[in-house]
Design a protein around this ligand. Structure first.
Ligand SMILES: Cc1cc2nc3c(=O)[nH]c(=O)nc-3n(C[C@H](O)[C@H](O)[C@H](O)COP(=O)(O)OP(=O)(O)OC[C@H]3O[C@@H](n4cnc5c(N)ncnc54)[C@H](O)[C@@H]3O)c2cc1C
Length: 684
């Protein structure tokens, strides 16, 4: 029996909270606000407003005076982004929705890794709310968000016409804002439905970003600088920027006595296992994702992202990073590709809103100030260090990408990116205008190979794209990364940059299909981060130095010096001998042999036969061959970072092949002049 028993005797006034990427109890403005209503003798609105400066900091609004007795938190798996046919009661029942597939390549919008992680987060929150012991909980629904909301309001309205005991009013609908175009459409639709039903509606600013919207140094989003560095400078010093976090409520208004069921024909399972099974059902029907030979998990390779989803798992990960010293060493390890702690791997928690950026900031702040965990780490209590500073720098990138999405809207998804683009003629859509523009030989920033035409070229491009996805391009670093991504949902930032550059610049394929491929598989997919980063690397985004191309052989030399990463994910190459004897019993890595690991076509016939690689298409006919020689002396390329902080190493450099001469693509076409073997490094 909980303290809200009395509330159920009066006519319930329900506040519906539609959760999206804010699946957490702590640092959540809506739960925080609702908890203040729940407390016996709860605070008045004027008290709330006084607190909204620093400290327990809450955005204020005219709707704070909303009077409600019950809180109905609802998480909706949106049918346009997540395939929901697995929630149908049987295979003969048809879904009212089209499959949740991407626009250009027709890939699933949400793949198995993110589905699993999201479900864990949602279930974790449900259990946490139930565990408060105040009658709270979480309802899970599937469908288009507008449909679910409309169904709920209609259900309550119909029951209001029935006997007095069943009456309930919906007092309001609240949700957190998002900046993606689809998410904005959802917000507009829910607002519309609310207004039509006479229900108060409010979108709250979510606080999962590093800098609160209220503290941005401009009034209108059009004033956001188009270059990251300019934005960063306008908000430095970063360490003093984030606001305080909000504590997790210990009590909330209870769930309403009656709750609308899931709209037919779907059924919601009653356990996490059931939820995951329903989310995974579509993939079981399509286990290879349309690939003839999909990658398989190599024996003895560690999963790159073995972490469970949810607020608790996210906080545990954060504590581990601070207490182990991984946060402090981040700057020197962040370009790694193998292992669990070379980078924070907090991205998926941030993306789902299981953890907020300002929670990360304050955890680091405690460490820097010598409070809390991490006493044994040498930087403890010594203020901001290189590692924690670099983490803040990256968190700001995430803010920036999100703000770009707000500024550029649908241009985030356009083939020409946020750069200028041809105007469609009457009756033409953007893509058709772009294609015509290219065909007419008009100046274009880039020429692309499209996968959805009908000609021979498109067929070939589709084949090439399938080999790219299967991790069979013949370029070791790219194949390792794409296999890792397929099998785990994660690949490092360094690998992502190379993969995106490879697809967009070496293969010259429409970068959007790469972004869709990532959207499908990434466990940490965030619309602004993914599409913004793809644009950036593809040369149609806000990279101030357009036209840079990563050389995946040089990058492998720099970041996979021992070949560990490629061997981990491309097991066919594990037997490649990399060492040579240097006298006595001493061995050292032979750089010429590394070449064969980075591009297997370079292995000698004897080695290919020994490793049973002879005849394999990706070995014998790689999509791209890069001539690259190892030498001494000059020819230094920028260090890995490139965001204006890298320094040329200048010693023992690798010399790239002479501007792309003498290598072939797709077995037949030379690419002289279009590919640059040097200078290829990105900013991120
Ligand atoms: C082509 C491409 C696609 C990407 N798609 C996504 C995506 O969908 N979701 C996503 O979260 N990140 C994306 N990134 C950015 C970056 O690769 C990942 O955030 C990072 O690899 C996640 O690992 P981490 O949490 O260990 O990052 P860390 O290196 O530990 O960084 C800390 C946090 O900073 C943020 N961050 C780091 N790098 C970037 C960046 N370049 N842009 C924006 N935020 C950044 C992330 O939230 C990350 O969790 C993409 C990068 C590229 C090149």
């Amino acid at each position: 029996m909980h303290q809200f028993k009395q509330a159920s005797r009066v006519k319930p006034r329900i506040l519906i909270y539609i959760l999206r990427r804010d699946v957490r109890l702590s640092d959540n403005p809506i739960f925080h606000r609702a908890s203040l209503s729940a407390k016996p003798g709860s605070q008045t609105d004027s008290t709330l407003r006084h607190r909204s400066c620093k400290g327990e900091d809450l955005p204020t609004s005219e709707h704070e005076s909303l009077d409600f007795t019950h809180l109905l938190p609802v998480y909706i798996f949106p049918a346009n982004q997540v395939e929901v046919s697995g929630f149908l009661p049987s295979s003969v029942v048809r879904s009212p929705y089209v499959e949740a597939r991407s626009r250009v390549a027709g890939l699933w919008r949400t793949g198995p890794h993110r589905a699993r992680f999201t479900a864990e987060g949602v279930w974790g929150l449900k259990e946490r709310l139930e565990g408060l012991g105040c009658g709270s909980g979480l309802e899970v629904r599937v469908g288009l968000i507008g449909d679910v909301v409309q169904h709920m309001l209609s259900w309550y309205a119909e029951r209001s016409g029935e006997d007095e005991d069943n009456r309930a009013d919906v007092a309001g609908i609240w949700m957190s804002n998002e900046d993606g175009t689809e998410e904005k459409r959802d917000e507009a639709e829910v607002k519309n439905i609310s207004e039509q039903n006479g229900v108060a509606f409010k979108v709250w600013d979510d606080v999962k970003y590093y800098i609160d919207d209220r503290d941005l140094p401009f009034h209108h989003i059009s004033d956001l600088p188009n270059i990251y560095t300019a934005f960063r400078k306008s908000v430095e010093p970063l360490r003093s920027r984030p606001r305080q976090t909000l504590s997790a409520p210990t009590t909330l208004p209870p769930l309403p006595p009656d709750i609308p069921p899931q709209k037919t024909p779907f059924e919601i399972p009653s356990s996490l296992e059931g939820l995951q099974k329903s989310l995974h059902a579509p993939f079981e029907k399509d286990p290879t994702f349309g690939l003839q030979s999909p990658p398989r998990m190599p024996p003895d390779t560690q999963n790159a992202y073995p972490f469970g989803g949810g607020e608790k798992a996210g906080q545990d990960r954060l504590t581990h990073l601070v207490s182990s010293g991984a946060m402090s060493s981040y700057k020197s390890t962040r370009n790694g590709m193998v292992g669990l702690d070379f980078s924070t791997k907090l991205s998926a928690y941030l993306a789902q809103g299981h953890v907020t950026a300002r929670q990360i900031h304050w955890a680091m702040m405690d460490f820097e100030d010598g409070k809390g965990v991490g006493q044994q780490v040498c930087d403890y209590g010594k203020g901001e260090n290189d590692g924690t500073k670099a983490v803040r720098f990256e968190l700001l990138w995430r803010d920036y990408m999100r703000l770009c999405s707000r500024k550029f809207g649908a241009r985030m998804f356009h083939i020409n990116g946020i750069r200028d683009r041809p105007k469609p003629r009457p009756g033409q859509n953007d893509d058709a205008a772009e294609e015509l523009h290219n065909q007419e030989g008009q100046p274009s920033r880039k020429k692309w190979r499209y996968i959805n035409g009908t000609g021979e070229g498109s067929t070939k491009t589709r084949e090439v794209f399938a080999r790219f996805r299967a991790g069979q391009t013949g370029m070791g670093l790219i194949d390792a990364s794409n296999r890792e991504l397929s099998l785990t949902g994660y690949t490092s930032n360094r690998a992502r940059q190379n993969v995106a550059s490879f697809l967009a610049s070496h293969l010259e394929i429409d970068w959007r299909v790469g972004a869709e491929w990532y959207e499908f598989l990434l466990i940490d997919h965030e619309v602004a981060n993914n599409w913004g980063n793809w644009q950036y690397v593809a040369g149609v985004g806000n990279d101030p130095r357009q036209g840079r191309v990563f050389n995946p052989v040089k990058q492998a030399f720099d970041y996979d010096k021992q070949g560990e990463y490629i061997k981990a994910w491309v097991p066919e190459l594990r037997g490649v001998t990399l060492t040579k004897s240097v006298g006595g019993k001493k061995e050292e890595i032979d750089q010429q042999k590394l070449m064969g690991l980075y591009q297997a076509w370079r292995l000698g016939d004897w080695e290919k036969n020994r490793l049973e690689l002879k005849g394999l298409e990706w070995v014998e006919k790689p999509l791209v061959k890069i001539q690259f020689s190892v030498g001494r002396g000059r020819g230094a390329e920028p260090d890995g970072d490139g965001r204006g902080r890298g320094k040329g190493k200048g010693r023992g450099m690798w010399r790239g092949g002479s501007r792309g001469r003498g290598f072939r693509r797709m077995g037949t076409q030379d690419r002289a002049g279009r590919w640059q073997s040097s200078g290829g490094d990105g900013e991120q």
